[in-house]
Each structure stands twice: as structure tokens, then as C-alpha cells.
Design a protein around this ligand. Structure first.
Ligand SMILES: O=C(CO)COP(=O)(O)O
Length: 253
């Protein structure tokens, strides 16, 4: 049985005061950590304060990206060692917005995933097709290739610990959600790919999230699907009340 994982991706939203108020509200109302992993991936600026606000509650804090090197002359970047040092636990890698606007590739995502594991962070690797790729029937091939390149050099134990987020690009921030069946089908393709690259046990352990316009109104249906183990949520993770509803749905799945 895979434990559901609900992660909020705040992207470039909120002020420090808003971030703190969110954590203070959410941390007192979390469902049991035995039932769901609750993660907020915040702008790097707020990570330290959020880790402090979350304290020893079950609210886990994640970054939205990181550099692959542990240190160096990389102006503006944040290293995995720095994140780990703050008490950050998760890191989103290869989000489609990073791929689109910041030239990230499957290869750079792979280097970051490997580095995250090396430095004791839990990576959430994002994959997903564009509308054009979906319309031309390429979804399966595109996502399989992203997964294969993304997990290169990972051991079976690491792959089993990985979280993969399937986020169809056309569903992000558009209000368009993949149907639960379509999302489940692609998450199933991802799981099969992990099985072919590793083994059945690893494929059975890897957690696969769906992301793209997830909200309290549609999460239950998504979470009922066999291969969907959680959600990576943008807009609907910004308000405490909405995030708590998503966590509740995750805990009850
Ligand atoms: O990109 C996303 C999460 O990483 C999805 O964003 P929305 O939930 O706002 O569509």
C-alpha cells in the first residue's frame, strides 16, 4: 500500500507574512501523517521560516528547484546541501515551467535527481506532455522517455523512494484537468516503465502524483484511481482551507 502524498507548489506567489500565516494555520489541522504526506514547496526565500513554523509537526517543506552541484560559483542558485542544512525535505525537479522558461532538460533533471538523493533530499520528478504531443498521440512515448532519462543512474532502492509527478502541460493553471481515467492511464504507463527499467517491487513502491488544475472538487475522483498516489497542486494549494481539504481527500483515499 502506497501512502498518498499531497504537495503544494506555490510557484512565485506569497509574501513572507502570508507564507508564515499559512503554515501556522495548516500545521494545527493536519490529518495523520500515517495516512498522508503533506508537503509545501515554497519559494527559496521562505524555506527557512517555513521549516521553523512547521517545527516538529508533520508539515514537510520542499523547494521548487535546486542546483545539481553542492557548491560553487553559480550566482543566484541554491544547492542541495544548503536546502538540507535548513531542514528542507523535498525538492521538485524538472517542473514543466523550469523546462519551458529556464532551459531545463531531461538530462539536467536527471543530474538534479541523482544529486538530491546523494544529499538526502526527496525529489519529486515532473513529467508530462504538451497539448500538441497529446493531440498527435505521442503522450505515452513522451512520458516514457522523460521517465527513462529522468531516473538514469538511480538504484532500484532510490527509484522506489522517488515521487514522480505526471503533469500534462496543457492542464497546468488552465482549469482543464485530464479526466481521472486519462490521468490514471498515463500514471499506469509510468509505473510500467519503472517496472521494465527495474522490477515489479520497485514499480509497486514508486509514488505517482497527478498535477494540473487539481482542486478540492476533483481530487477525490483522481485519488480513487489505481495508479494515482497523490497530487502536485499549484493554485489550490495557496489557501490554507483549500490545501487542508486536499490533504483530507488524500488521507481518506
Ligand atoms: O504546475 C502545477 C503544480 O506543479 C499545477 O498547477 P495548477 O494546480 O495551478 O494547475
Amino acid at each position: 500500500m502506497r501512502k498518498p502524498i499531497i504537495a503544494g507548489n506555490w510557484k512565485m506567489y506569497k509574501t513572507a507574512a502570508e507564507a508564515k500565516a499559512f503554515a501556522e494555520e495548516v500545521k494545527t489541522a493536519l490529518p495523520s501523517a500515517e495516512k498522508v504526506d503533506a508537503v509545501i514547496c515554497a519559494p527559496a526565500l521562505f524555506l527557512q521560516n517555513l521549516v521553523e513554523s512547521a517545527g516538529n509537526t508533520d508539515l514537510k517543506i520542499g523547494a521548487q528547484t535546486m542546483h545539481e552541484e553542492k557548491e560553487g560559483a553559480f550566482t543566484g542558485e541554491v544547492s542541495p546541501v544548503q536546502l538540507k542544512d535548513l531542514g528542507v525535505e523535498y525538492v521538485i525537479i524538472g517542473h514543466s515551467e523550469r523546462r519551458q522558461y529556464f532551459n531545463e532538460t531531461d538530462e539536467s533533471a536527471n543530474r538534479k535527481v541523482v544529486s538530491a538523493f546523494e544529499h538526502g533530499l526527496k525529489p519529486i520528478l515532473c513529467v508530462g506532455e504538451s497539448l500538441e504531443q497529446r493531440d498527435s498521440g505521442d503522450t505515452g512515448n513522451v512520458v516514457e522517455a522523460q521517465v527513462e532519462k529522468g531516473v538514469a543512474r538511480l538504484s532500484a532502492e532510490q527509484a522506489a523512494e522517488l515521487v514522480i509527478a505526471y503533469e500534462p502541460i496543457w492542464a497546468i493553471g488552465t482549469g482543464k484537468t485530464a479526466t481521472a481515467e486519462d490521468a490514471n492511464e498515463v500514471c499506469g504507463i509510468i509505473r510500467k516503465k519503472i517496472e521494465s527499467l527495474y522490477n515489479e517491487e520497485t514499480a509497486g513502491a514508486v509514488r505517482i502524483q497527478y498535477g494540473g488544475s487539481v482542486k478540492p472538487a476533483n481530487i477525490e475522483e483522481l485519488m480513487n484511481m489505481e495508479h494515482i498516489d497523490g497530487a502536485l497542486v499549484g493554485g489550490a494549494s495557496l489557501e490554507a482551507e483549500s490545501f487542508l481539504k486536499l490533504l483530507e481527500a488524500g488521507a481518506n483515499a
